[in-house]
Design a protein around this ligand. Structure first.
Ligand code: UDP
Length: 466
């Protein structure tokens, strides 16, 4: 028994182990904050490379209860980009990461705050093995929506056979799907074999996890959650959008605190004087990159609308957009291209009228929670299914059409943006988004579904023997 801890505060301590990318760190850190408001100490464990390169906005953290620590993934100088291939990186992360994680658990064992539970990104199932070795609770954390997890579950268990031979695809709890609506790893077999394995491996030992947490909320996906309850019970704890923007229970919690790119706040000054709903916000997250041809079509489509636009191109210099196009956009006086924005501040700015997005799950839930209608331009992984829900289930946006050469043309982009910015349909989308925002607030507020689920998780932690 840990004398010091039990006498002083009885505080439980959780290690949070995210997959090392922006879209996976953000929701886990937000979940850490939610736990901290309930008296749980949470330590975010990043890779050494991420900890050296990340930009930490500490102002809205809860300093006593959240801290950061590191493990190595074997690539401390360059992270993922330093590895020769994705499988090499993943196996190094497993080998080096699990060794380091064991050492970290030992380190805390002799501290005032021994570990009770490992909350691990479902992309890293090896963490569960480490948890079990130390008789700790293991909580899987899925950063993608329940419907996506459901499809991967079906494929993993042979309930949905690949390649899919007949459409529409019918899965209990999901709308009928065309092939193109499914996650890319399901409809573009063999394109990213390592990622295919990664998403399937999420389910390899999942039955041994003590709880399966998902960054979603019940009313957003009630039919999937209910349909999966006997097969794979998803415990919804989201959306992991900072409290200030939703239930306001933690007023200082306004931002995503960790940025893997240098934030350019000039975007906010640029937005502030613009008229209400007059700006298109354009971001395709942290990983998507386009061909030069597609970049050109996006740029010309945006300029064709005549609206102001703010376009995020992370690692701008590496993405190599045609220089003359950047100049043209700048010269038009309507476009601002930046490396990285404080996205939540942007989406909550009155000037933003529409979000041209890749439909990464975080961006999707953020747009939903800020009531910003979307033009969805999904690229890969879970994005096609997220976009299907955006358009057909939640009715908070529209999807672009891809032409026979795999390009979304400037005309298509312009037409979709006009539909959202100028037509009556845009107003309807905004009203629908407002409804989802209210339901998100309800889920996180005291007595809401996500709040109850988090309380149950905390109770589970409290029952751990000292
Ligand atoms: N984001 C940001 N600034 C930007 C672009 C994105 O802070 O300029 C954040 C965004 O708010 C979201 C995350 O980065 O929380 C991206 O996650 P998402 O799942 O949308 O996309 P991914 O990067 O994983 O493809």
């Amino acid at each position: 028994m840990d004398e010091k801890r039990s006498k002083e505060n009885g505080c439980r301590h959780v290690l949070m182990i995210p997959y090392p990318s922006q879209g996976h760190i953000n929701p886990m850190l937000q979940f850490a904050k939610l736990l901290s408001t309930k008296g749980v100490r949470a330590t975010m464990v990043t890779t050494i490379f991420i900890s050296k390169t990340m930009h930490l906005l500490s102002s809205s953290l809860l300093p006593n209860f959240i801290q950061f620590d590191t493990i190595s993934d074997g690539y401390d100088q360059g992270g993922f980009a330093q590895a020769s291939s994705i499988p090499t990186y993943l196996s190094s992360m497993k080998a080096t990461g699990s060794k380091n994680l064991r050492e970290l658990i030992q380190k805390y064992k002799i501290s005032d705050y021994p570990i009770d539970c490992l909350v691990y990104d479902s992309f890293l199932p090896w963490v569960l093995e480490v948890a079990k070795e130390f008789s700790l609770l293991g909580a899987a954390f899925f950063t993608q929506m329940c419907a996506v997890n459901c499809i991967f579950y079906y494929v993993h268990h042979g309930l949905l056979k690949l390649p899919i031979s007949s459409t529409p695809i019918s899965i209990p709890g999901l709308p009928l799907l065309d092939l193109k609506d499914t996650p890319s790893f399901v409809h573009e077999l063999g394109v990213y074999p390592a990622y295919y394995e990664l998403v399937m491996n999420q389910f390899s030992s999942l039955h041994e996890a003590d709880v399966i947490l998902v960054n979603s909320f019940y009313k957003l996906e009630d039919q999937v959650v209910d349909a999966m309850s006997k097969l794979c019970p998803f415990v919804t704890i989201g959306p992991t959008v900072p409290s200030f923007h939703l239930d306001k229970e933690v007023p200082g919690d306004r931002a995503n605190n960790v940025n893997l790119f240098q934030v350019d706040s000039s975007a906010i000054n640029w937005l502030n004087p613009k008229p209400s709903r007059s700006v298109i916000y354009v971001s395709f997250g942290s990983m998507v990159s386009f061909s030069t041809e597609q970049m050109r079509e996006i740029a010309l489509g945006l300029m064709g609308t005549g609206f102001n636009f703010l376009w995020v191109i992370p690692a701008l210099e590496a993405k190599n957009p045609p220089g003359e196009l950047l100049e043209e956009m700048g010269a038009s006086g309507r476009g601002l291209v930046v490396n990285w924005t404080p996205q939540l501040e942007v989406l909550s700015n009155q000037a933003v009228g529409c979000f041209l997005t890749h439909c990464g799950w975080n961006s999707t839930t953020e747009a939903l929670c800020f009531g910003v209608p979307m033009v969805a331009m999904p690229q890969w992984t879970d994005q096609p299914l997220n976009a299907k829900y955006v358009e057909d289930v939640w009715k908070v946006g529209i999807r672009v059409k891809v032409n026979e050469n795999g390009i979304v043309t400037r005309e298509e982009i312009e037409c979709c943006i006009r539909e959202v910015m100028e037509k009556e349909h845009g107003g309807e989308l905004r009203i629908n988004a407002k409804k989802w925002k209210e339901l998100a607030i309800e889920a996180l507020s005291q007595g809401g579904t996500s709040d109850n689920n988090i309380n149950e998780f905390v109770n589970m932690l409290k029952k751990c023997p000292y």
